[in-house]
Design a protein around this ligand. Sequence first.
Ligand code: SAM
Length: 213
Amino acid sequence: MRLRHIPGAEEAISTSPYVIQEPALHKGSWNQVFGNDNPIEIEVGMGKGRFIMELAQKNPNINYIGIERYSSVLLRGLQKRAGLELDNIYFLCIDAKAMAEYFAPGEVNRIYLNFSDPWPKDRHARRRLTSPDFMAVYDLILAKNGVIEFKTDNRGLFDYSLEAIPEAGWQIKAHTFDLHHDSMNEGNVMTEYEEKFSSMGNPICKLVAGRNV
Ligand code: SAM
């Protein structure tokens, strides 16, 4: 995601009714924020948020939280959100590394990672959202049967993830190197990046991971 400083972005985020300002206050009680006990699903690195907002429209009985660390990017999502009548989605402007400060053990049912930054240099491997460091964070907040869904067109990051996720103690339940020509594509909701890269002819990879049982 190309970053530009957008004047007023931080103020818009800090006053938006759609952005939870002090997420730590809701650790263990997100059901009260949503006013129901529906399952909670999170997209980490939501960007402009098309994917998670479409899911929220399609699945009113699931609660969604979009996480994006840059206010200038999240602002674009908020503009889109303003035109939608939804009561099952909120956003957090945080670094996902800190998620365990905001969610209690087992509070989250599913985590989506879509077109995460590849961080191709070895010395940056720990910043990849499928690295053992991040998998350990997800482990702290995911329900026992919780799953992680990861899509990317970056084959290097995908191959890394197919190795790193099992090494971190998780099981790859399913994967494909060409989602749009695979049965895993049923019900697929496209992200902004997915539309852009697949229209350039790049195959989209997807994996679903869960705990070893
Ligand atoms: N998921 C969207 C899509 O598929 O169209 C956006 C993909 S974009 C390449 C990755 C996004 O993840 C960027 O907006 C970036 O700021 C965000 N991101 C990366 N690392 C993050 C982190 N540790 N915490 C929160 N957001 C992060």
